[in-house]
Each structure stands twice: as C-alpha cells, then as structure tokens.
Design a protein around this ligand. Structure first.
Ligand SMILES: Cc1cc2nc3c(=O)[nH]c(=O)nc-3n(C[C@H](O)[C@H](O)[C@H](O)COP(=O)(O)OP(=O)(O)OC[C@H]3O[C@@H](n4cnc5c(N)ncnc54)[C@H](O)[C@@H]3O)c2cc1C
Length: 415
C-alpha cells in the first residue's frame, strides 16, 4: 500500500531531482513542485565539484582566532552584510559550538559516510543513460596551495582525510605544474583527491535528471509552495500560489528556502544561508584539465563544457539582500594572479544561496511530527556532491527500507 503513494517533492534543485528520480526508479509516482525551472537555483551556479575529499566540517578548532583577520580582509574568502549580523548570530553561535575537537571528529565521521560514496551514487542513478551523455568526469580534484604556508596548514587536513579513507596524493610544485601547465609562479604545491569528480555542467546534470523523470511519467508543477493543509494523518494538500495540490508522501527539498516549510511540518531547524558567487569565463584562453579548490582563498576553478568557472566565497547576508558582485570580481582577481594567461572576455557573474546548517551536516530525515513527510535540505557547500546519495537515503526512508548509511547524524530532531 505504502509503495503506491505518490511522492510530492518540493524543490527541483539537484537534491530534489535526485530524490525524485531515485524514488521513481524504485517504482514510485512522483510530482515535483518548483516555481522556477529545474536546476536553476543554487544548483545552477556551483563549482561543479563532486568532492570526495570534503570530510571535514566548515568550522574547525581555532577558527575563532582567525575570524577577525578573515572578516577584516575585504578580498578574503568570508564577508558579512553588517545589517544581517544580528539575525545570523544564533546560527553563528551554533556554528562555533561545532568547532570543538570532539564535535569535529563526530561530524567528520558522518560526512565521510555520505561524501565518500557520493560519485558512485551518481553513476548508479544514471546507469541507464549512455556514459557519453552524462555530464560527469572522474578526474579527481586538486587542492592547490599557492603559498608555502598553505602547504604546511593543509598537512593536518590531509592527514584527517587519509584517516577517513580519502585517497589523497601529495604533489610537489613540479607535479602540479605538469597537471596544470597554465599555473603561474604563485604555487607551492598541491594534493590530488583522486576519488573526486566534477560536473561539466551542473545545469545539464539537473536537466538530464528532469528529462528522465518526465520521460518516465513524473509530473512537474510550476508553483511556489507556501504552506500545507493538515488533515488527520498529516498534510493533505500543499498550498501554492497556483492553488492547492493534494499530496500523499512529501519531501521538502527547497534548498535554502526550506526552513518555513519544515517549520510548518513539525521541525524548527537552524537553516541559514552562506551566499556564494561565481564568475564564468567562456573564453579563458588557458587549459585547465582538472578542477581545483584553493581553500586559502575560498574558491574553486572548474573546467566546464561552456568555459572555466571560478566559484566560491562565503557571504553572510540572508536570502533577501541583492547580490554584491564585487565578491565575484575578487575571484577573478585571485584567478588572474594564479593563472597569468587567463582572459575574461564575456565573463558572467552569478550569486546563489547555499543551504547551510551550523554543523555542516545536511538534514536527511523523516519529520518528527508526520510519518509521511521527509526532509532533504541543508547541504551547504556539498549539495552537488551529495545529491545522489541523498536521493538514495530519502528513498530508503520513504520506503522504510534499511539503509547501508546510518541516517542518525542527519535527523532533523538533532537541534
Ligand atoms: C558559489 C557556490 C559554489 C558551490 N560549489 C559546490 C561544489 O563545487 N560542489 C558541491 O557539492 N556543492 C557546491 N555548492 C553547494 C551546492 O550548490 C548546493 O548545496 C546545492 O545546489 C543545493 O541544492 P538544493 O537542491 O538543495 O537547492 P537548490 O538548487 O537551491 O534548489 C532548491 C529549489 O527549490 C525551489 N524552491 C525554493 N522554495 C520553494 C518553494 N517555496 N516552492 C517551490 N519551490 C521552491 C527553488 O526554486 C530551487 O529550484 C556551491 C554553492 C555555491 C553558492
């Protein structure tokens, strides 16, 4: 009986689409509600990295000592909209509480359980698509260290990665130069996370999933969800700007906008946003074969089918403030120093909202109040990497099947 209920997924980002497609492949009828086109939210503009090396939380012990310097550096990886600070304070306090060595260890274990199998879950989810039509490459991801002190600072992180089972090859400057010949003199070394991959177009990946869902009978509804009618046994309808839609099972996957929807369904979660920017360079005139992350500068550089993408930085500024594209310009300035031959003709700038939890762990969970309601949001810096594995975990929860991944660290009731 359970297996015949339609699942309504709110949000057609990479996470919602992966949930919908996985459930559909397991025989469920799915309806996906989004006021925008599939994959055009935050999932559109990310750095595209399917990062198997991201087993460490965003906060780490000792961060508080570096925080003032980070915030005062106007070209640095982190910035605040001052007006938003009071609103963000509770989230920031929770974030800092998660930087103790004990919490970092726990969070890191939980992250490893979902990050390491991340790429393989995409391969499984898309195994009915010819390989040359899947916009994913498995060439690893290079952590690039511009300065000698970055090499030293990365040692504990790389040791922690290895402890968690991440395959990392430490590279000297000559080896990095062989991999990325366009790199300039500002480079002291690197580390290649060989299990990582990247999307050559995050949008094409979402569109591929959406096309598959539609071809297999899934329904897309263009509407903005703004609440629920609650019946005797949970939500009976989702209220939208296009009218009420009857629902059976419900998955909330609305990215950074999930908080009020989850609150209406029984869980108050400390979801906020870390805004990020990209600069897309359609004619970079340099060749970069492998995606890279430059942690000290807070951004990634990824070869995509339509050019080279620089993407990253964190801006605490909430969901409503207009973009400050000077943040994207900073990425370009950094990249030009790293790659002296880089050209920016036709460059395009973009801003998006990472859905961020203060403990760097997503919410992949059943609602605390309603058995037929599920949450798949809060993936922060890792939503693309974790889309397919989240789809798998949500499908297990919806179908009440045992899962090979322990979902306890991701439950909504942990706050
Ligand atoms: C600059 C930057 C770089 C990044 N780089 C990477 C990276 O390299 N690798 C990685 O793994 N992750 C990366 N990320 C993070 C990743 O992009 C996000 O975690 C991921 O896109 C979140 O996906 P989502 O499906 O949860 O949200 P979204 O893509 O935002 O999708 C949510 C959808 O819900 C819809 N929606 C919202 N509210 C409603 C409503 N009320 N009713 C109906 N629909 C609604 C929206 O229209 C949207 O389509 C990056 C993020 C940024 C900003």
């Amino acid at each position: 009986m359970n297996d015949q209920r339609t699942v309504t997924i709110i949000g057609a980002g990479i996470v919602g689409l992966c949930c919908a497609r996985t459930l559909q492949r397991r025989g469920r009828s799915v309806t996906v509600i989004d006021h925008g086109e599939p994959g055009r939210g935050t999932s559109y503009g990310n750095a595209g990295i399917l990062s198997a090396g991201s087993v460490l939380p965003e906060g780490h012990p000792g961060l508080w000592k570096r925080l003032p310097g980070l915030l005062l550096d106007r070209t640095g990886p982190l910035t605040f909209r001052p007006g938003y600070l009071p609103q963000m304070l509770p989230w920031l306090l929770r974030f800092m509480a998660n930087t103790t060595p004990g919490r970092v260890e726990e969070i890191s274990k939980a992250l490893a359980s979902i990050v390491l199998p991340g790429v393989q879950h995409y391969v499984d989810l898309l195994d009915d698509v010819p390989a040359d039509q899947v916009p994913i490459r498995r060439q690893g991801c290079l952590y690039l260290y511009p300065r000698p002190r970055d090499v030293a600072a990365a040692e504990p992180d790389n040791a922690a990665r290895k402890r968690r089972g991440v395959a990392v090859e430490i590279l000297g400057p000559d080896e990095v130069r062989q991999l990325i010949p366009a790199i300039g003199p500002d480079m002291a070394g690197g580390a290649l996370a060989t299990q990582s991959g990247h999307a050559t177009s995050p949008l094409a990946l979402s569109q591929l999933l959406a096309a598959q869902i539609e071809a297999a009978g899934g329904v897309f509804v263009r509407a903005r969800a703004d609440g629920f009618t609650i019946g005797a046994d949970g939500p009976s309808h989702v209220r939208t700007d296009q009218g009420d839609i009857a629902v059976e099972d419900v998955v909330i996957a609305a990215g950074a906008f999930s908080k009020p929807l989850a609150a209406a369904l029984g869980n108050r979660v400390p979801l906020d946003t870390e805004r990020g920017y990209h600069m897309m360079l359609p004619q970079p005139e340099i060749e970069v074969r492998v995606p890279m992350l430059i942690s000290s500068l807070g951004f990634g550089v990824t070869p995509m089918s339509d050019g080279l993408r620089l993407a990253g930085t964190v801006e605490f500024g909430g969901l409503k403030a207009a973009p400050n594209y000077a943040r994207a310009d900073i990425l370009l300035a950094h990249a030009k120093r790293l790659f002296p031959g880089l050209k920016d003709k036709g460059a395009e700038r973009w801003m998006g909202h990472r859905p961020s939890m203060p403990d760097s762990l997503p919410v992949i969970s059943r609602s605390s109040r309603f058995d037929r309601v599920f949450y798949a949001f809060g993936h922060g810096h890792l939503g693309l990497s974790l889309g397919a594995v989240t789809g798998r975990m949500i499908a297990d929860l919806v179908q009440d099947r045992p899962s090979d991944i322990d979902a306890t660290p991701f439950r909504a009731s942990r706050f």
